[in-house]
Ligand binder design. Sequence first.
Ligand code: PRX
Length: 631
Amino acid sequence: MSKKYDIGLGHNDVTLRKKADSDYVSFWDEQAQNLSWFSPWEKILDWNPPFAKWFVGGKINASYNALDIHQATKSDKPAILWEGENGDSKTYTYGDLFIEVQKFSNVLKSLGVQKGDRVTIYLPMVPELLIAMLACARIGAIHNVVFSGFSAASIKDRIDDSKSKIVITSDGGYRRGKIVKLKKIIDDAIKDFEFVKHVIVLERTKNEITISSKDKFWSDLMANVSSSCDAEKLDSTHPLYILYTSGTTGKPKGVLHETGGYLTHLHSTFQWAFDIKDSDVFFCTADIGWVTGHSYVVYAPLLHGATQVMYEGAPDFPDMSRMWDILQKYDVSIFYTTPTALRMFMKFGDDIPNSFDLSSLRLLGTVGEPINPEVWKWYYKIIGKEKCPIIDTWWQTETGGMMISPLPGLETIPLKPGSGTLPIPGVKISVVDEFGTEVPPNIKGYLTIQNPWPGMLQTLWEDDEKYKTVYWSKYPNCYYAGDYALKDEDGYYWILGRADDVLKIAGHRIGTAELESCIVGDDTVAESAVCGIPDEIKGDVIIAFVVLKDGIDIDKIVLEKKLFEKIRNDIGAIATPKQIYFVPKLPKTRSGKIMRRLLKSIGSGELIGDTSTLDDVSAVTEIQNIVKQQS
Ligand code: PRX
């Protein structure tokens, strides 16, 4: 591959990889020592497959590592340069955050929150979201952050499953110039839940809200509370958070992350991948409601005492120059975003980014979905001006942190547009066939992880059995990631999309089963199947095929509208299909399995391939005609 992309930042530490290859357990033991521990661990790894415990016996606190350790040297250094969508802005230094977090820890304690209790947080991208998370971590409560774009029904499930006794929300949040009424959504979500004792309401937009006896205002609670709260000395294996994510079956599952291993993984990857320096200004565009925000907005930058930009709203509001304006204004040096955002910016041409001074940039990253090589090259040339390495980072909610990525803070290797290059040191990835045998170079297979790693999920919240089945049952003692991949002749990995029924829409994870059961929940619908088809901006968009119950005669436009509304209410706007096709039947195998592969091909206008296992071939022709008519 062209030498053109062989950009290094001067690092070439070969010893680290050698150490990791010879003994990954001792390697992570050394990495963990970069954190501040109250007491050391007795055992590095307790591996009782598929359950891993890292740094057993060690005592640690995430909030302590994010804040307390910086107070002697960095209390005046900006931690968060926050910009609201409406132009508000605020800076929090490490000293400011330290005080706010201790105060909010005391607020939580005063409301009866104890170690191990769950706290649901449903806030827009405001510094108080990060403050609430760190306050939970400080006292050993388990935070359960829900993305503020999710609907009342989705948040209800997550509050119920986690049995949170406290919910933190705000009157509203700004999104594309409008106020999203988060408090109203929480009112609907918790109305049947006796176990929710208090709702803490942050006044962000000051729009009118309904107040109930459970509600308490953030500002009132913070007004007279002590600003001193020592961090709890927690076990390394103490749960830090639950984050719900979509899978192949049923409702979203609660991925549970613990403390010591997770922080170790983040501390190391942030250094290796972003080459972080004291002078850097980091900007990750992810919403904290997703794992990228948890790991690389909240925890990793603060562990390193870094300065970062946090932005509240839509990247294209009020117009397509917003991101470049932020990069210029705050002298951002490291920028981490999604391929979907880049595809959108690229579509609007080079003139907009070219009219800003982006010379402060020195490193660029992407995450969440495959990046097309042409978009990678645009990012490299137009945004990075051919001087910034691009790190394409592959990982998942479950892995906690990056698993495959170029690491310019550690080594210099040639980059290939569209490949995440190599696994991080201490992680062993293998691409295997159906039987678990490693496939030869350049052959597509399933991506697996062969050893436990420190950032790995502990389990699924109160569901060890599901944890075993979803990730560890396809291959013995080996983690099944659910992605297709291939390894090329240079040992570089290329991620080829999901191998299961999980959709990636604009980088967001949506389960087909979750969406189909929502559609079938309408009383006119007998059956439904959804799939993703390629889209120029979002990577994939959803299309849905719906079979109506016998005898239903209804205007299809009216019904489509009703179903869109139901999906927005039950899940959230991100799950809305681009198109719903009403069809007489779905293509099924003789054993009754829906052939989504065929639907995907029909929806994207591709050849449909082998139909020999189909029960009724006429279903395909009828669907093809309907799709043609509606497209
Ligand atoms: O399919 C892979 C895709 O995103 C999935 C994980 O989604 P989520 O848990 O929401 O976490 C996203 C942010 C870490 C993966 O199974 N994915 C993630 N990063 C990449 C990717 N696909 C291709 N290239 C990537 N860099």
